[in-house]
Design a binder for this molecule. Structure first.
Ligand SMILES: NC(=O)c1ccc[n+]([C@@H]2O[C@H](COP(=O)([O-])OP(=O)(O)OC[C@H]3O[C@@H](n4cnc5c(N)ncnc54)[C@H](O)[C@@H]3O)[C@@H](O)[C@H]2O)c1
Length: 402
């Protein structure tokens, strides 16, 4: 009998290709998603650059192509606890993968209503999954998608470890060594929720011996994976708007529609990146290598490389001939930072990451150039600001803005 995996948030940018990859790899996949991300598209009047099909059409085409059935439930897991529990009890999964959170930092900062929505949605979704696993009395491995933003973006100089830090403390004059969770340092309400999730995990791991893997994932770029490429109906979403588009995908798209590449501030920020194909590979590796019951929460840095934002903009400009413009940073963050991550966890399992320079051209030809006619230019600039002192900058400047 096939092992079963529930993918919470399996209609989203990371969840859909993961669901297909696990299905293709021989798992029986159950998707639970309340389609909130599609509803936010309607609310923001911004669509995926790629023409994504409904979840029903996606699943139907997948079955026609492969014979593999994917079950689907439309449940808001932050609210409908009983229905969530019933799905876990019915399917008795070996593991669940939790992508079902509101994942945009700018969207989480747009209004008090959306701050509260993001906190309620994300923390309740995470807690409900943990609570339901315990109530089901099943031994389920929970894999969660966290973010490298958990660690914050101030330059501390050290290579950021995989979740835990060894510290030396003074106890009445004696030196003692402790292993502590790396101090969280949230930079937005969204990131705050991603810093609260690990506390929930720590509690359920300690109290109920829950098997948990928390993947601190870098910014995902790219669109297609081996499975989503199999048919146009399976195409993955590509967000480019100021709220949901992630930096590298936005730059790639801007270069194709003759919009200046929108660098915020000085472009001195350094961030961690991973290709979507590697997201799905890493999640499968995490699934195949669960912690033992009683082990502490396993934290892996799911990121292939760190890059400076201005350097990235220049790489894309040099490939495409676009123009770079600097816009006042809508975020309240350090203008520049250094960043280094330990990612030996996945590498020791045999992961050979896709590097950025290898994959940019495919992305331009396969996606941004092909679908550029679907772009709404009015949605490109970021209009969500972190506090009242920051003005939206729609014009930008030729020079870095300090
Ligand atoms: N995309 C990235 O660059 C990135 C980077 C690091 C971490 N992550 C994490 O990966 C996860 C998935 O991100 P994504 O880019 O696929 O986001 P996404 O918004 O495309 O997908 C999230 C999915 O979860 C669903 N969902 C949200 N709340 C739900 C709820 N209460 N009940 C049921 N379904 C719900 C949405 O409808 C959506 O389909 C998030 O937790 C995010 O924090 C993403």
């Amino acid at each position: 009998m096939k092992e079963r995996v529930i993918v919470f948030g399996g209609d989203g940018f990371c969840g859909w290709p993961t669901a297909l990859h696990l299905s293709e790899s021989g798992y029986e996949v159950i998707i639970v998603d309340n389609l909130s991300r599609r509803k936010i598209d309607i609310e923001l009047d911004a669509n995926s650059l790629t023409p994504i099909k409904s979840i029903y059409k996606r699943i139907e085409t997948w079955k026609q192509l492969t014979g593999n059935e994917i079950h689907y439930y439309n449940i808001d897991i932050s609210v409908h606890y009983r229905r969530l529990l019933e799905v876990i009890e019915k399917h008795k999964p070996k593991a669940v993968v939790h992508f079902a959170e509101q994942r945009s930092a700018p969207y989480s900062m747009k209004s008090p209503y959306l701050k509260r929505y993001t906190i309620d949605n994300n923390t309740n979704a995470t807690h409900n999954i943990c609570c339901a696993i315990v109530e089901s009395q099943l031994d389920v491995h929970l894999i969660h998608l966290g973010t490298t933003g958990y660690y914050g973006y101030s330059s501390v100089g050290l290579t950021i470890p995989e979740g835990y830090l060894n510290v030396k403390v003074d106890v009445d004059g004696d030196e003692k060594y402790l292993e502590i969770a790396y101090p969280p340092n949230p930079g937005s309400i969204y990131h705050l929720t991603k810093c609260m999730d690990p506390l929930i995990f720590s509690y359920y791991n300690k109290n109920d011996l829950m098997k948990i893997t928390d993947l601190h994932q870098g910014i995902v770029y790219g669109t297609q994976t081996e499975e989503t490429r199999m048919h146009e109906d399976l195409i993955n979403r590509f967000d480019y708007c100021g709220d949901y588009g992630t930096v590298l995908n936005r730059f790639l798209m801007q270069s194709q529609v003759n919009h200046p590449i929108t660098v915020h501030g000085t472009g001195g920020q350094t961030r961690a990146f991973i290709h979507i194909q590697d997201t799905v590979r890493c999640v499968k590796m995490a699934l195949q290598n669960p912690p033992k019951r009683g082990n502490k929460v396993k934290i892996l840095n799911q990121t292939s490389e760190c890059r400076n934002i201005l350097e990235l903009a220049k790489i894309i400009r040099d490939i495409t001939g676009g123009e770079i413009r600097f816009y006042r940073n809508p975020r309240n963050e350090d203008p520049d930072n250094e960043l280094k991550f330990d990612n030996t966890g996945f590498k020791s399992l045999g992961w050979d990451p896709i590097m950025l320079d290898q994959s940019l051209m495919t992305e331009i030809i396969e996606i941004t150039n092909k679908y550029k006619h679907r772009c709404d230019m009015s949605k490109i600039i970021c209009t969500s600001v972190w506090n009242d002192h920051i003005q939206v900058d729609k014009t930008g400047s030729g020079e870095p803005i300090k």
